[in-house]
Ligand binder design. Structure first.
Ligand SMILES: Cc1cc2nc3c(=O)[nH]c(=O)nc-3n(C[C@H](O)[C@H](O)[C@H](O)COP(=O)(O)OP(=O)(O)OC[C@H]3O[C@@H](n4cnc5c(N)ncnc54)[C@H](O)[C@@H]3O)c2cc1C
Length: 432
């Protein structure tokens, strides 16, 4: 069966090992030579791809809610969207959420995802009280920051390579409204964009869309969106359902001109330097989820998301160089997202470090990887790293220099027999 990740690249024939009980998972781990858990396939690269896939979506039960502590226990196949549909009307929201709500709790832990509030709340693992992990020998262990700590540090961000996350207890945050008071700042270049991020860093949520094809004086021009939950409004949240892209677009549809036109219109639709809006949860946090299968606009060959992060001291210099290389190449991305990050956590393979990250989508075409290799050189030279959950092609050397704790991860995998049982295309490519 052809299974894909969100980037639709690479394509691989996989055997799907469908289980409906934890005992069946144990039996399958025992019987299979190697496998990888599969959440909702929203990772862009090859971390959830392998010859043997263990789909986790059917483990979707809500188990307990401790109202006093706002602590929710769920099976790992529950989607964030399902949590929102049940809990926003009761006055709760996720402490950390990515730019899509269509991911599983297991996937959120395995990628140790982050959101627009990383500089305030950190990664998803910060709101995880504990989770249950099935090891290669079928044993189920509880992991937290204090219990089986090493397994906790390796599993959060460990891309499914330490075992199968079965259940998790996560803290929610209280909200009074389903609306967000949003401020949009229009910046004319990268310097202004950075100044705006720093000036408004007290806002819990912030993200900037960058026009990555702008050159010269306009290089790095952006729209920075910041916000916080309103104190007034209601909690009558109903998830937005939008149109579907019914088929893969022809690959010529997305080219330098169409992206340039989109970027021009998107940037210029905002007239004022500073403007205020009141927006709903779906518009603020999950604008892309409004269009089902939007990944098809990149055509049948698929696309990749290139996401890197640079330490704060080299972020400005690095972004200028990288945006210059992209604008020169003419390979545009209408999704170019700049974010400010707070301090790194101690997990072995979590992506965030204190600094700035840029994420860009590129359709797969023959000379793309040569450009991305050039961008890697800059990231590597300036002490940055590439995000594993988006990656499909970074070299082992660049990856290793970016993640200095990789040897601890490898040692644990070896000692616990994880290397033989849990493998993905990515783990083999990078020798994880
Ligand atoms: C539109 C869009 C926006 C996004 N925005 C962000 C963002 O802002 N921030 C961010 O950090 N990420 C973002 N992502 C990436 C996404 O949040 C992660 O890739 C997430 O891990 C996907 O979860 P999933 O359930 O789809 O897992 P999958 O894609 O199926 O798997 C991802 C990884 O998790 C592992 N895994 C899944 N379930 C389990 C389990 N039960 N036990 C052990 N391992 C498991 C898999 O083996 C794999 O390594 C975005 C993705 C999209 C499509």
């Amino acid at each position: 069966m052809a299974y894909e990740s969100w980037g639709m690249y690479p394509k691989i024939q996989s055997k799907v090992i469908a289980c409906s009980t934890f005992t069946q998972i144990k039996d399958q781990i025992n019987a299979s030579s190697s496998l990888i858990p599969y959440g909702n396939g929203r990772s862009y690269g090859d971390s959830a791809l392998s010859e043997n896939l263990l789909p986790m979506r059917r483990f979707d039960r809500f188990l307990n809610f401790d109202e006093k502590r706002a602590l929710l226990e769920v099976e790992s196949g529950v989607l964030l969207s399902e949590i929102l549909e049940s809990f926003v009307p009761r006055g709760y929201f996720l402490k950390v959420t990515p730019g899509t709500k269509l991911i599983t709790v297991g996937g959120a832990i395995a990628s140790d995802i982050h959101g627009k509030n990383h500089h305030v709340e950190g990664c998803f693992s910060e709101c995880v009280e504990s989770f249950e992990l099935m090891l290669p020998n079928g044993e189920i262990v509880t992991c937290s920051k204090t219990q089986n700590r090493e397994l906790f540090l390796a599993t959060c961000g460990g891309m499914g390579l330490t075992g199968v996350i079965l259940k998790a207890s996560i803290y929610l945050k209280e909200i009074n409204s389903q609306y967000i008071d949003q401020i949009t700042i229009k910046s004319r270049n990268l310097k202004e964009s950075f100044e705006a991020f720093e000036k408004y860093s007290d806002y819990p949520y912030s993200v900037a869309w960058i026009d990555c094809l702008a050159k010269g004086e306009d290089l790095g021009r952006s729209l920075l969106m910041m916000g916080d939950f309103s104190q007034d409004g209601d909690l009558d949240y109903v998830a937005k359902r939008g149109p579907t892209i019914p088929f893969n677009f022809p690959s010529f549809a997305l080219n330098n001109w169409s992206v340039r036109a989109f970027n021009f219109l998107y940037y210029n639709r905002v007239k004022e330097k500073i403007s205020k809006q009141k927006v709903g949860i779906d518009s603020f946090f999950y604008p892309l989820d409004a269009i089902s299968h939007w990944n098809r606009i990149y055509g049948k060959n698929g696309f990749t998301q290139y996401q890197f992060i640079l330490p704060k001291e080299s972020s400005y210099e690095g972004l200028q160089e990288i945006l210059g290389l992209i604008a020169e190449s003419g390979k545009g991305s209408f999704l170019a997202v700049l974010k400010l990050y707070g301090k790194a956590n101690e997990n072995y393979l979590s992506f965030p470090i204190e600094g700035y990250s840029l994420a860009l989508d590129f359709k797969i075409e023959p000379d793309l990887f040569a450009l991305l290799d050039r961008l890697d050189e800059v990231v590597d030279r300036l002490g940055g790293r590439i995000y594993l959950t988006k990656d499909v092609r970074v070299s082992k050397e660049v990856f290793e220099r970016g993640y200095p704790q990789i040897e601890k991860f490898r040692k644990l995998r070896k000692e616990q027999g994880m290397q033989e049982k849990f493998q993905s295309l990515q783990s083999r490519r990078l020798g994880l």
